[in-house]
Design a protein. Structure first.
Length: 111
């Protein structure tokens, strides 16, 4: 009798964990569509990880250059759950880094 109670509690616990993991996965899919909704091209992110495997495999610079060649001068990517916009147009970069820098306070500049 005690075996069934323990087995049922383990099953219930695993079921609850599965439901929470599925809900988080769906939430992550919905929030990782920001760029697609506003029309910025980019690769489909791996849930929870984003582009991290490509960055590890190719290196940051090579991965960014490949994305710019494939998607154009403005590319939306995810690093984990953080959304990042890659810009390779000099005029847009000038606007972001100089003219409108107050609106882009949490930017990462890589050369």
């Amino acid at each position: 009798m005690a075996y069934f109670i323990i087995g049922d509690s383990i099953t219930l616990t695993l079921f609850v964990i599965l439901i929470f993991a599925l809900a988080y996965y769906i939430y992550n899919l919905l929030t990782n569509n920001v760029f697609r909704r506003i029309g910025i091209p980019g690769p489909t992110p791996i849930p929870f990880l984003g582009e991290i495997f490509n960055v590890i495999r190719k290196g940051l610079y090579k991965n960014d250059m490949d994305l710019v060649k494939k998607y154009g001068k403005i590319v939306g990517i995810y690093e984990g759950t953080s959304s990042i916009i890659l810009l390779s147009d000099p005029d847009l970069l000038r606007n972001v880094l100089i003219k409108d820098s107050y609106a882009f306070i949490n930017r990462r500049v890589s050369t």
